[in-house]
Design a binder for this molecule. Structure first.
Ligand code: XLS
Ligand code: NI
Ligand code: NI
Length: 444
C-alpha cells in the first residue's frame, strides 16, 4: 500500500475541525470548555484527559438491539465486513478523530479487521489493516491508547475464552492475544486491556469455578511473559464488569480484580481500566471504584460512559453529567493522573441518534463534560475547602493517641488500659455530609 500523504475520506462533509470557542458560543459543533492547550494545575488539558475514541462503538456500532434491526446511517459502509471495507473504515475513523481533535483511540482486533476463515487469514487481515492504521497514526499524530482482542463474539467463545471448558478454545484465544499484542506493539500502543468478555458463568452447577479462574490467571501470565519477550512495555489493564453477558463475570469489580491479581502474582503487571457503567452495574459509584483502585496503586485508565438510572443495564451512554465528571476528575487528580492511561469513550450513540453528525455531538458533549469536571476539581483542590473539612473530621488521629495507634506501638492491652482509665471515649463530632455536599455545589 502506498504511503498515505493525506486523507481522502469525505465521510463527514461540511464538518470542519472542532474548535474551542468558549462557553458563550452558539455553535453546537464547537467546544465550550475543552481547550486542549489550556493549563490546569500547570498541565495542558489534553495531557490530563488523553481522550480516546472507541473503534467498536463509533465505527462498528450498528444500532441493532434485541428488538430491532440496525439503524445507523453510515454512507461509507458499502463494502460489508471485508478487508476492503475495513481499510476504507480506517480512513473514515481518522477523518473523524482528526476533526474531533482527540489524541488517542482504542480497538479490539476484530473491530479493525474482519475475521478470516482460518486464524492465519485473520492474522493477515489484521496485519494489512494495522499497516494502514500505522500510516494514519504517523500522518496525524493520533496514538493507540490501548489494544485488545475480541474473545467473545465468535461462537467458539460461547463458554468463554481463557475460562472455556474447551482447552483448544483456550489455545485459540492465546494465539489471538499473541497476535493482538504484536499489533499493539507495532502501533506503539500505550497499553493492552483484558476485559472479561464471556469469562464468567451462567450456572454454577455446570461450572468448575476454581479451574476456570486458575486458567484465567495462567492466560494472563502467558500474556505478560509474551509481552516481555517481544519488548512490549505498555501497561496491562484489567477491566471490571460484574455481569453481562454472563450473569457473573469473574472480573466483577475493582475489589474482586485486585484480589485476583494479588492471589495470582499478577499485581506488578496489571492495573485497572475502570468503566463508569460497569461500576454502577456492580452497585458502586464510579468514584468508589476509582478511589478503591487509586488508594492501592491500581488506577490505570478509564472507560468514560454512563448508564441510565432507570435502565439497569450497560447502556454505555456518553457522559454529560458534570457532577459525575467532577467526582471522577477529583479522584484522578488526587491519585496523580492517568498517564500512560487516558479517558476512552467506551460509549455509543443511541440507536435513535443514527446520523453521522451525532457521533460529533456525542463526543463533543463528553469531552466538554470532562473538561468542566477537570476545571471544577482543580478549583476544589486549589481552594482546599473540601480537604480542610476532611482533615477536621479525622483530627483525632493527629492526637497523641491517634499517632501512637497509627505508628503501631499500641495493642489491645494498652488501649483497654487507656479506656478503663477514661471511662468512655470523647463524643463524636458531626459528619457534616450536607455541608460537604453544599460546598461541592459552590464549585459546580
Ligand atoms: C464491554 C466492555 C468492553 C471493553 C473492551 O462492556 O466495556 O467494551 O472495554 O473489551
Ligand atoms: Ni469498556
Ligand atoms: Ni461497558
Amino acid at each position: 500500500m502506498a504511503a498515505v500523504a493525506r486523507n481522502s475520506s469525505q465521510a463527514f462533509p461540511g464538518i470542519d475541525a472542532i474548535r474551542y470557542e468558549g462557553p458563550t458560543t452558539k455553535n453546537m459543533l464547537a467546544f465550550r470548555h475543552y481547550d486542549a492547550s489550556e493549563l490546569v494545575e500547570g498541565v495542558p488539558m489534553r495531557d490530563h484527559l488523553r481522550f480516546a475514541v472507541s473503534y467498536w462503538h463509533s465505527f462498528r456500532g450498528t444500532g441493532s438491539d434485541p428488538f430491532g434491526a440496525p439503524t445507523m446511517l453510515r454512507p461509507w459502509e458499502t463494502r460489508g465486513d471485508t478487508l476492503e471495507g475495513a481499510l476504507n473504515r480506517v480512513e473514515v475513523a481518522f477523518e473523524f478523530m482528526e476533526k474531533l481533535g482527540v489524541g488517542f483511540y482504542c480497538f479490539h482486533d476484530r473491530d479493525v479487521a474482519p475475521e478470516g476463515k482460518t486464524l492465519a487469514e485473520s492474522n493477515r487481515h489484521l496485519d494489512a489493516v494495522a499497516a494502514s492504521l500505522k500510516l494514519h497514526q504517523e500522518r496525524t499524530g493520533i496514538q493507540l491508547l490501548w489494544g485488545t482482542a475480541n474473545l467473545f463474539s465468535n461462537p467458539r467463545y460461547v463458554h468463554g475464552a481463557a475460562t472455556s471448558c474447551n482447552a483448544e478454545v483456550f489455545a485459540y484465544a492465546a494465539a489471538q492475544v499473541k497476535k493482538a499484542l504484536e499489533v499493539t506493539l507495532a502501533l506503539g500502543g500505550k497499553g493492552y486491556t483484558f476485559w472479561g468478555g464471556r469469562e464468567g458463568y451462567q450456572c454454577l452447577w455446570n461450572t468448575d469455578m476454581k479451574r476456570e479462574m486458575d486458567h484465567l490467571a495462567r492466560f494472563m501470565h502467558m500474556a505478560v511473559a509474551y509481552a516481555k519477550e517481544i519488548g512490549f512495555t505498555g501497561q496491562f489493564y484489567f477491566e471490571p464488569k460484574p455481569r453481562e453477558p454472563t450473569k457473573h463475570q469473574y472480573d466483577f469489580d475493582c475489589a474482586t480484580c485486585i484480589n485476583f491479581l494479588r492471589a495470582n502474582g499478577l499485581e506488578q503487571h496489571v492495573k485497572m481500566n475502570i468503566e463508569t457503567n460497569h461500576a454502577t452495574l456492580a452497585g458502586h459509584e464510579m468514584q468508589h471504584e476509582l478511589e478503591y483502585a487509586g488508594m492501592q496503586g491500581f488506577l490505570g485508565s478509564i472507560d468514560a460512559n454512563t448508564g441510565d438510572p432507570l435502565v439497569g443495564w450497560d447502556t454505555d451512554q456518553f457522559p454529560t453529567n458534570i457532577y459525575l465528571t467532577t467526582q471522577v476528575m477529583y479522584t484522578i487528580l488526587k491519585y496523580g493522573g492517568l498517564i500512560p492511561g487516558g479517558i476512552n469513550f467506551d460509549a455509543k450513540v443511541r440507536r435513535e441518534s443514527f446520523e453521522p453528525v451525532d457521533l460529533f455531538h456525542a463526543h463533543i458533549g463528553g469531552m466538554d463534560a470532562f473538561a468542566r469536571g477537570l476545571k471544577i476539581a482543580a478549583a476544589m483542590r486549589a481552594d482546599g475547602g473540601i480537604q480542610k473539612l476532611l482533615d477536621d473530621r479525622y483530627a483525632s488521629w493527629s492526637s497523641p493517641l491517634g499517632r501512637r495507634i497509627d505508628s503501631g506501638t499500641e495493642n489491645f492491652h494498652t488501649l483497654e488500659k487507656e479506656m478503663l482509665a477514661k471511662g468512655d471515649s470523647e463524643p463524636c463530632t458531626s459528619g457534616r455530609q450536607e455541608l460537604f455536599e453544599n460546598l461541592i455545589n459552590t464549585y459546580i
